[in-house]
Design a protein around this ligand. Structure first.
Ligand SMILES: *[C@@H]1O[C@H](CO)[C@@H](O)[C@H](O)[C@H]1NC(C)=O
Ligand SMILES: CC(=O)N[C@H]1CO[C@H](CO)[C@@H](O)[C@@H]1O
Length: 224
């Protein structure tokens, strides 16, 4: 093989490594819209979902209804209920890098510590009082916390662990926008103690400096 062929192959393999990484985030949309469809029939693959033929787009591809309704918080062990409005509910959000949630909190309810691997979140309180916070990454692990009332807005930077807890005497409601069509959620306790199959309790006992029995109890609670 000539030098030219060699460097051409090197560039090709570099591209094949870097290109999928570049496409794996919410990119500039490159077109007005790209309504997600679940099958490739009549579609073109861009990112995340196949696109519907733009000629067939309708207003309903960009529409969702019912976020005015309070959600039930009784059946949740943490006393909250998150209603997601992302690309799975609004296919027209495909490639647009944005989505929404409504969060209902019962009295003493919380949205427990979690992260969104692909999104920054901006939250506005519609009703009630929330104690909220996020923690910066290691080694500082600094807590940024705030008590929010109706009309207050707070930002949770991308990827950082954050929470909201209803500290008022009434149910609370918040809405939040997230900078991804599909932000993803990692609930810390469920992920660590509820994995299937379970992480070896001896590993987590060392991690959390606890007796393995306590870990096994937690794993039972989180259904690992
Ligand atoms: C959230 O609320 C809806 C409607 O009130 C209910 O059907 C659903 O089971 C609730 N989800 C959780 C996790 O409590
Ligand atoms: C309850 C709690 O952790 N409150 C903290 C919120 O953040 C301030 C600093 O901005 C701390 O002084 C509080 O202790």
């Amino acid at each position: 093989m000539s030098m030219k062929t060699h460097s051409f192959l090197a560039i090709l393999s570099l591209l094949s490594i870097t290109l999928p990484l570049a496409i794996a985030s919410d990119p500039s949309p490159l077109q007005d819209f790209c309504i997600g469809v679940n099958t490739p029939t009549d579609g073109v693959f861009v990112n995340g979902k196949f696109c519907k033929d733009p000629e067939l787009a309708t207003a309903d591809d960009f529409f969702f209804s019912g976020l005015d309704m309070a959600r039930n918080t009784e059946s949740s062990p943490v006393g909250s209920n998150v209603t997601a409005v992302n690309v799975n509910q609004i296919p027209g959000l495909n490639t647009l890098g944005i989505s929404l949630v409504r969060i209902d909190y019962g009295v003493n309810g919380q949205n427990p510590p979690h992260t969104h691997p692909r999104a920054t979140e901006i939250l506005v309180v519609q009703e009630g009082t929330l104690f909220v916070g996020f923690v910066s990454s290691f080694p500082e692990n600094r807590l940024f916390n705030k008590t929010l009332n109706k009309g207050d807005v707070f930002v949770f930077p991308e990827g950082l662990i954050h929470f909201q807890s209803n500290v008022g005497k009434t149910p609370a409601v918040a809405f939040a926008a997230l900078s991804s069509q599909n932000p993803g959620v990692i609930l810390i306790a469920n992920t660590v103690f509820g994995s299937k199959p379970p992480i070896d309790p001896n590993v987590l006992a060392r991690t959390f400096q606890l007796d393995p029995k306590v870990i096994m109890d937690l794993q039972t609670k989180f259904g690992s």
